[in-house]
Write a protein that binds this ligand. Sequence first.
Ligand SMILES: Nc1ncnc2c1ncn2[C@@H]1O[C@H](COP(=O)(O)OP(=O)(O)OP(=O)(O)O)[C@@H](O)[C@H]1O
Ligand SMILES: [Mg+2]
Length: 680
Amino acid sequence: MKIIKDCYPFIEKLNPAQKAAIKQGYLEDQHNYILAIPTASGKTLLGLMAAIKTILEGGKVIYTVPLISIQNEKIKEFKELEKHGISVGKDPRSSDLAIMVFESFDILTRFSWNTLKEIDLLIVDEFHMIGEYTRGPIIECAITRSMILNPGMRIIALSATLSNLEEIGAWLNAKVIQHDYRPVPLYKEVISLDMLNAREKNEAIVKILQDAIKDENQILVFVSTRRFTEALATFVSQKIGKKIPKETRKKFNEVADKILEIPQKSGSAPTFTCLKLAECIRGGVAFHHAGLFTRQREIIEDEFRNGNLYMITATPSLMYGVNLPSQTVIIRDYTRWTRQGPKWIPVFDYEQMSGRAGRPQYDQVGYSYLLAKSPEEAYQLREYYIQGEVEPTSSKLIENKDAVYHQIIGQIAAGLSDNPDELIEFFKKTFYGHQLTNNPNMNIFADNLEYEINSSLEFLIKNEIIRPTPTGLRATPFGLLIANSNYSVETSIKLRHLATEMDELDTYKLIYEICKTPDMPFISFKTRKGKDRVREKLQENGIFVMDVGNPEATASSLIEWINERSEYEIENLFNVYAASTRRAAYEASQLIRFFKKICEVAGVYGHSQALDMLTARLYYGVKEDIIPFVVGVKRLGRVRARRLVKTFGYNLENVNEDELQKVDGIGPKMAAAIKKYAKR
Ligand SMILES: Nc1ncnc2c1ncn2[C@@H]1O[C@H](COP(=O)(O)OP(=O)(O)OP(=O)(O)O)[C@@H](O)[C@H]1O
Ligand SMILES: [Mg+2]
């Protein structure tokens, strides 16, 4: 394959796992396949080789992944193919090779059958995700629908952590390729504190890092919460900070400055989290979690790759798929909070985290250290994680009510099922249905399926999402709206309730209600400290609450946001991770848009304009008066728009470009754009 040689110049030859796959006929035959080979063994390349072959023969390919971060990484990697005339993108309508996240692929299987039928090969990366509670059922049903609608399509599943291969293989009607080759040997150990002569885990981490620095190796540490990533990074960076050589310190300072530029560019002073991050980075350690700006996370990953950081402390969000030069991975926390209290993480999470160590592009060997407090604990952990086997992957479809509702609505809205029997038939074809009928342990639940589907259907009919007609089950306009969205049924019903109950539109209350739905990402508290101020803020706006948690923090932050407060101010006011503000505000604006459509199908008119206004206010983070400016002038942004209005008032017709440029942040190009807008 000349194309591969050209796009991956550093790959000299295929590794044994890859060779074994090809020897088994993986590239030649048209069968479905499961490639169950270890982390770092080059599954991406195997997927890609099949994709290229299909495309060269005139076919189309979808490569689906669970996370947007992985999607971006793969697009960057696969773009190389464009030199060879293979178009790469996110949409299969316009690309030969489309990299899609699970949710987008799911929508495609419901509403774009013509496109779906054109697909010749589907590659599902991180296939074990099918056993995850929220995202699993989505990809499971999307695969089921594709198998029904496009039976000729070939499916390739990739994963390092599957154990019940026979069962999954039978469901997918796939051949299984299993291999235990890992190109970079990975040594997995449980280390107890006494072995390192340390009193506590963080001290042990410092010791491991000091050794790594001597050997010029880098470390990735997994802890369980955002707050822990920060505390650990601060601790380690202070401990080793003093001993950093001058040249190295200069590099770290440059990275820290880059981090601080990010909020500046968006017109905000750096938040405390940004300052803390920069401070840690000056000591060579970065923390990495979902409360940072996306761009900051990218900088951390890139600089770590460039060798400009000693260590990253991360939440499990970095656990899947990524390639980083971390010769050593330390797993500090092996429990996670659940409703039933702290629980040990599953073996496959342990395997995925360990798998980030020793990646072929960067290292010749990898080490994974799981930390234990005492020798006794170490013994238990060894037995559980190192001797233990990866858990079987099971469908979570029926456990997740919302997933069942969504799939029923989807099936009916798409015209794929119009009576209960057909629905049950569909669910029987899912992995859940397969497990139910073929797994002797689950056989006893077989009646359960019918019961679940029927009672879910009843619920949907009662809520006027589905309605029975003489010609079968149909989706109501409200049901169609839900089918076309990714919002949960619970959120949709709640919003419709709100729509019919509300006489006048209360902007702030509506924001609060939106923040209480399961579809809103939170702007979460860092500590309890800001709770009183959140309560006061909501009270000021006529919202009285007993408990103050993340939904309340999010609502009060968004209220400040649309009143043009900066992330920095929001953070200080409420003690929250304010870097998530923009994402939360964006999602809230989309939910308001959805709410507007719900009002329309519920026959509630009269709020349309106000809702459009609120959507824009959330989207841009502005008060009403400057909406026309931020909408009308591309890239002007809320800070400069406000300065303009303060300086010249609302009418800019008689202001010339030179005068405009006297406003801070407005250069000749922007001035011209503003002028063009003012003349319209
Ligand atoms: N034959 C090869 N020789 C050298 N490097 C290779 C070869 N095949 C793949 N690689 C490189 O190995 C690295 C790991 O590959 P990849 O990310 O595909 O792993 P993976 O099997 O998907 O692991 P994970 O389960 O952790 O996602 C990549 O940087 C890839 O470019
Ligand atoms: Mg991978």
